[in-house]
Write a protein that binds this ligand. Structure first.
Ligand SMILES: [Zn+2]
Length: 228
């Protein structure tokens, strides 16, 4: 599924007070490197190796925002796997996509959540609620549409400061999009049901998949599993 904007990205970017912008100017690579924190990351990477470079790569904003123009996505249907709040798999469901205008999204998301989910932003590492694995088993659902995304049993400590998982709760529930911005090829992960940006997938994760789904806490909502 492709929900890339049909309007130029320059028409879509809109900075939000207190949150890092994702407009084309901010996205310029040389500008990004001049940011003091990124300068630190690059310097530190030279000392500590590639681990921090992975973090830097993760931190670059994804492609341009997709919600600048209403009607750029149709309403579906899409197939996802439903889970109840006890973690029970309810099976595949064909559902309508969740499609909202920017104003409608802003009415149900905080500005920071909107920036991540609808403008492809990235939260600062170690700033989110979920980069540590939870004490209790649970599910992570999409902050935008409640679609089940990850089981905490697949979460691991990556040291990146972002919640990291080795697989989604069901492959149907997330959508991959190859992101060629900044001269790199990254795999963006978004929510299948609402199209919200969640993070990126990398190939340096642990067994059994070797994958690292590097997510933003702001895009997720943890639901502890209670006994049925
Ligand atoms: Zn969603």
């Amino acid at each position: 599924m492709d929900y890339r904007p049909t309007e130029p990205a320059a028409a879509l970017g809109r900075p939000i007070a207190g949150v890092r912008k994702s407009d084309p100017q901010e996205s310029d690579m040389s500008h990004s490197i001049n940011h003091p924190r990124r300068r630190f990351l690059i310097g530190a990477s030279a000392v500590f190796g590639t681990g921090l470079l992975v973090g830097l790569t993760r931190w670059l904003p994804a492609r341009a925002a997709s919600d600048g123009a209403a009607g750029t996505r149709d309403s579906g249907p899409v197939t996802i796997v439903a889970f109840d709040d006890h973690g029970k798999r309810l099976g595949r469901r064909t559902v309508q996509r969740v499609v909202k205008t920017p104003a409608q999204w802003r009415a149900v998301l905080t500005p920071a959540q909107y920036h991540i989910l609808r403008e492809h932003g990235t939260e600062q590492p170690f700033s989110g609620r979920y980069y540590n694995t939870p004490a209790q088993h649970g599910l992570y659902r999409c902050q935008g549409c409640d679609n089940a995304l990850y089981d905490s049993a697949t979460q691991f400590h990556s040291g990146t400061g972002w919640p990291s998982f080795y697989q989604p709760i069901a492959p149907e529930n997330v959508t991959e999009h190859v992101d060629h911005s900044f001269g790199m090829t990254r795999t963006e992960i978004s929510c299948t049901r609402c199209g919200g940006h969640l993070g990126h997938k990398f190939h340096d994760g642990p067994k059994p998949t070797g994958l690292r789904y590097c997510m933003d806490s702001l895009a997720l909502r943890f639901v502890p599993i209670t006994p049925a």
